[in-house]
Design a protein around this ligand. Structure first.
Ligand code: FE2
Length: 380
């Protein structure tokens, strides 16, 4: 298994305001609780190009649940379902539908991470525990964040196995070609009315994060957007958590629609980075992924706004890829429609060419596209 390169602690500090008491090496994995992990795994493999990595279930001694672990470059997804009635996983799925349960963070010391965060007010999800097998040991601990979402700290310095103790290698014949996804760029949370600042403070006080100076920190509530957003990041900039809350607008906020269908706060989108967005989005579209589209008029003046770019405009227009620029460069991005039944979780594909921001210049076109989708669902 390719390990994440462990150089982040030596990188220049990307966010000078952030504190250092919780060094994070990167996103270890994202775990979704789903109604049918086997079929969800097939979707993320066949449509998204994830590769089979590890499995835990009846065959490994579990009695009540099953997990499939998928990987594409540095992105690891864990899909977990219950095998029995009742229990926490079923209750979560019943309440929220399929959704992100855990954003697991890779650390050098999961015990210290737990102590530093709980002593600053984090609510414990579980205390540090060691898992062992013949390949070594892993230490896990966990804290709660917004809604029923949790952060699990993963210390894997003493482990050489495929994923974690308890998992076996999963090596089916079916291994669709990857689509060029590289790493998790950011994970966005939707929280309830007037809760954005509370959760930004949580990331600041409990995890030592700071608001990214480069981002849109002002109220971006307009006719079109009707939401507010702040981006929190850790010191080395590898972990970026934008937090959205609904705002009053002429129409129902897309965040309110999410909160209604997710039945509370939760992860709104995962942004996955590629270094060739035209290739990645072409492959995804060919495999059935549906993206939000903007009117072709978007492309008539986009280059006046963002200046010169390396790519030809025509394929970007054909695929519906959006472009934005900040002081440091530009970025290309596109958003899927919700990837499950409820209008909740979606995925962003992003290619950064210097830009460190989040596509503020695209908000208007993007939110109009979302509103068209909301209207078709009768939830606008
Ligand atoms: Fe995003």
């Amino acid at each position: 298994m390719e390990m994440l390169d462990k150089t982040s602690l030596k990188l220049p500090k990307e966010n000078p305001e952030a504190e250092d008491f919780l060094p994070l090496l990167g996103t270890d994995h994202v775990e979704l609780y789903v109604g049918n992990a086997k079929q969800a795994a097939y979707y993320y493999m066949s449509a998204w190009g994830f590769q089979p990595l590890a499995y835990a279930g009846l065959e490994t001694g579990l009695k009540d649940r099953v997990s499939y672990v998928l990987q594409q470059e540095k992105i690891r997804l864990v899909l977990t379902s219950s095998l029995v009635p009742g229990g926490e996983i079923n209750r979560h799925v019943e309440s929220h539908g399929d959704g992100v349960k855990a954003i697991a963070l890779w650390v050098d010391d999961a015990t210290q991470s737990y102590n530093e965060t709980t002593s600053r007010g984090a609510v414990s999800y579980f205390e540090p525990k060691e898992l062992k097998d013949e390949n070594g040991s892993i230490i896990l601990s966990g804290i709660h964040t917004y809604g029923e979402t949790v952060h699990v700290f993963v210390e894997r310095g003493q482990y050489n196995g495929i994923f974690m103790p308890g998992y076996i290698k999963w090596d089916p014949y079916f291994k669709p070609k990857d689509v060029g996804l590289k790493y998790i760029d950011h994970m966005v949370g939707n929280v309830g009315w007037n809760e954005m600042n509370k959760w930004c403070e949580f990331y600041e006080k409990v995890m030592g994060f700071a608001q990214l100076v480069s981002f849109d920190d002002k109220d971006i509530s307009t006719d079109y957007t009707a939401l507010m957003s702040k981006v929190m990041s850790n010191g080395n900039g590898r972990i970026k958590f934008p937090i959205n809350e609904p705002a009053d607008g002429k129409k129902k906020s897309q965040i309110e629609e999410y909160i209604q269908f997710y039945n509370g706060a939760g992860v709104q989108h995962m942004a996955m980075a590629t270094d060739n967005i035209i290739h990645t989005v072409t492959a995804l579209r060919d495999r059935g992924i549906e993206f939000l589209t903007v009117p072709s008029s978007y492309y008539e003046d986009v280059l006046d706004r963002v200046g010169e770019i390396d790519e030809d405009l025509e394929p970007l227009k054909e695929l519906g890829i959006l472009i934005d620029r900040d002081d440091e460069g530009y970025l290309l991005q596109i958003f899927t429609k919700p990837v499950l039944d409820r209008p909740t979780l979606f995925i962003e594909i992003i290619q950064r060419k210097g830009a460190k921001s989040f596509g503020k210049g695209n908000f208007k076109a993007l939110f109009e596209a979302i509103e068209r989708e909301q209207a078709s669902r009768g939830t606008l």
